[in-house]
Design a protein around this ligand. Structure first.
Ligand code: COA
Ligand code: MG
Length: 290
């Protein structure tokens, strides 16, 4: 599993921000051609991103490009500009139907074959941020083997359904919960919503931990200051890792002795607890903590 704890967006027509992003130690750098770029700057964004992919060292950060929505009329040109420079993945916004994911996958496969690259290496991440996307989650999550993650977009969803965003977020909670549940059901990662208040780092930390407890594996970021708190919140703590190691080890011993359930420090351990501990260890490994 590749860690995708923080995914930092920046406008694709802004070379300074792209360059800056490559030195921040962020898991994913996502160069945007969609809503972060003005209509009259789309062409500039395509050439800037192509140049960045061609010339910059991303120091291990995943190199992602967010294209315009499938059906917008801009998506083909977006892909044509960036795919020849082999990004690590494509982020597809406003996904409403599985066919949109499969269409992008086919375009990617054509380029991989034409260039003699291994087919299937370039991943896809689908943004769930419309009412259609939410009700079609089951088909979208199972749409294509390239799909690595679902991303939840709260602001666009609120706009799409006519909800008013609030701090507690009950207006988007069903979709936030449905997205992470479908991701888990299909073995995908799930990236949580953007925290819009750039100055409120404590609020960001709290919302990140809330997402991590919901089983999100990461979160979208829009400013360099958000990366540290997000990546910390989505890395298992030292205590959690130590406890998980103990659970897995003692469970192995008890299994060998024929006991499926046993007590550790006065708490019952059985299969679901062991599974949760193994999940902690997998995330710790991906984050380079063990
Ligand atoms: N990625 C990379 N670098 C960024 C960045 C980002 N998302 N946001 C800010 N920076 C850089 C700035 O260029 C600046 O660099 P410098 O000190 O070398 O000049 C530094 O970080 C500090 O930035 P700051 O002045 O605090 O922010 P700003 O006013 O320049 O920008 C935003 C504020 C919101 C416009 C900017 O954070 C941004 O573009 N965010 C992403 C927007 C986006 O992509 N939206 C679509 C997806 S939701
Ligand atoms: Mg959006």
């Amino acid at each position: 599993m590749r860690a995708r704890r923080a995914l930092l967006y920046m406008p694709g027509d802004d070379m300074h921000k792209i360059q800056k992003a490559t030195g921040l130690g962020v898991d994913c750098v996502c160069m945007d051609i969609e809503d972060g770029v003005a209509l009259n700057r789309k062409a500039e964004a395509r050439t800037t991103i192509a140049e960045a992919l061609r010339t910059l060292d991303f120091h291990g950060s995943e190199r992602l490009v967010r294209i315009n929505p499938v059906g917008s009329g801009m998506e083909e040109e977006d892909l044509r500009a960036v795919l020849p420079h082999h990004p690590d993945g494509i982020v597809i916004p406003k996904v409403g139907m599985a066919e949109q994911v499969r269409w992008v996958s086919d375009q990617v496969a054509d380029v991989e074959r034409a260039r003699g690259w291994p087919v299937g290496q370039i991943v896809l991440l689908a943004l769930i941020e419309t009412a259609r996307g939410v009700i079609n989650l089951k088909e979208i999550a199972g749409a294509d083997p390239r799909l690595a993650a679902l991303i939840f977009g709260a602001e666009d969803l609120a706009g799409d359904i006519g909800a008013v965003r609030t701090r507690p977020g009950w207006e988007i909670f069903y979709a936030r919960s449905a997205t992470v549940t479908h991701a888990a059901a299909f073995g995908l990662q799930a990236l949580d919503m953007v925290y819009m208040d750039l100055k409120d780092i404590e609020g960001l930390r709290a919302e990140s931990l809330e997402g991590a407890r919901m089983a999100y594996t990461g979160k979208q970021a829009i400013h360099p200051n958000q990366i540290g708190p997000i990546q910390e919140a989505f890395s298992p703590s030292e205590e959690a890792i130590a406890h998980a190691l103990r659970v897995v080890e003692t469970a192995r011993q008890h299994q060998a002795e024929g006991a499926g359930a046993y007590a550790l420090d006065g708490k019952m351990i059985d299969a679901p607890v062991v599974k949760a501990a193994e999940w902690v260890l997998e995330r710790a490994r991906a984050a380079g903590k063990i």
